[in-house]
Design a protein around this ligand. Structure first.
Ligand SMILES: NC(=O)c1ccc[n+]([C@@H]2O[C@H](COP(=O)([O-])OP(=O)(O)OC[C@H]3O[C@@H](n4cnc5c(N)ncnc54)[C@H](O)[C@@H]3O)[C@@H](O)[C@H]2O)c1
Length: 247
């Protein structure tokens, strides 16, 4: 039987995306875990249970793969009400050591991938007259050394979110961005220990956030009741976007 409350979360096999999928499933959405990592995606579904979620392969850097995702969801699962653009990567280096390929790949996955998924979502949601699009940016959109590629991709997501919010506002669709700060996920766990310590020190709270901190904000924005919030960026970062604390 088809479901009338589908949420698609890209990059949901692990980390923040998995936590978002779990929160949305708990809020009553049938959640599609769309990820390049098939093993991780199937494990994620096993944890959330198949009655609440399904895994579909998706590479957000591939336009055809995204089109297939939306076609399969419409044919087999039901009405897409929520789309969360969470898939993202880093390739950090100071610009004078960064390869062009590292710039291109980060833009391709983070910015172009989000734009491609937004376009599919916009088509479906405009026709339905309802939708919630939530784009995962990063506090780094304000600027992070060693991340010219990543900061540019995330600043692009913020600009895109604002423009798309205006395009879709009269069609019952809200578009917002969530900008996480330092969050404890495989992405940050893979950073060198001294980098992790420096990042932690720069946190006003002196703590990392947990994926659930982001997931709760996403679930809030995904709620039907929150129809009057659109085009906004919500920093969930322990105060880091306010300034670096010397205390
Ligand atoms: N962890 C943090 O501190 C932090 C801070 C700010 C923003 N973010 C953002 O949050 C999002 C999730 O980060 P995370 O820390 O959970 O990362 P992660 O590396 O732990 O997980 C990322 C997931 O995305 C998937 N993915 C990667 N490339 C993909 C592609 N081309 N198509 C589909 N799926 C793909 C991976 O398989 C993985 O499951 C990213 O957009 C990231 O930029 C994270």
């Amino acid at each position: 039987m088809k479901n009338d409350a589908i949420a698609i979360v890209t990059g949901a096999a692990k980390g923040i995306g998995f936590s978002i999928a779990r929160e949305l499933a708990a809020s009553g959405f049938f959640t599609i875990i769309a990820d390049v990592d098939e093993n991780g995606g199937r494990e994620a579904v096993a944890q959330l249970r198949p009655e609440h979620s399904a895994y579909l392969p998706c590479d957000v850097s591939d336009e055809v793969s995204i089109a297939q995702l939306f076609t399969t969801v419409a044919a087999q699962y039901g009405t897409v009400k929520v789309v969360v653009n969470n898939a993202g990567i880093i390739r950090d280096r100071v610009i004078w050591k960064m390869e062009t390929a590292d710039f291109d790949r980060v833009i391709q996955v983070n910015l172009r991938g989000t734009w491609l998924v937004c376009r599919e979502a916009a088509r479906v949601m405009k026709t339905a007259g309802y939708g919630r699009i939530i784009n995962i940016a990063s506090r780094a959109w304000l600027g992070n050394p060693g991340q010219t590629n990543y900061s540019a991709s995330k600043a692009g997501i913020v600009g895109m979110t604002r423009a798309l919010a205006l395009e879709l506002a009269r069609h019952g669709v809200t578009v917002n961005a969530v900008a996480p700060g330092l969050i404890d996920t495989p992405l940050t766990q893979n950073l060198p220990h001294e980098v992790q310590q420096k990042l932690l020190n720069a946190q006003p709270t002196k703590t990392m956030g947990q994926p659930e901190d982001i997931a709760r904000m996403v679930a809030f924005l995904a709620a039907e009741a929150n129809h009057f919030i659109t085009g906004q960026v919500f920093h969930v970062d322990g105060g880091k976007s306010v300034g670096t604390s010397v205390f």
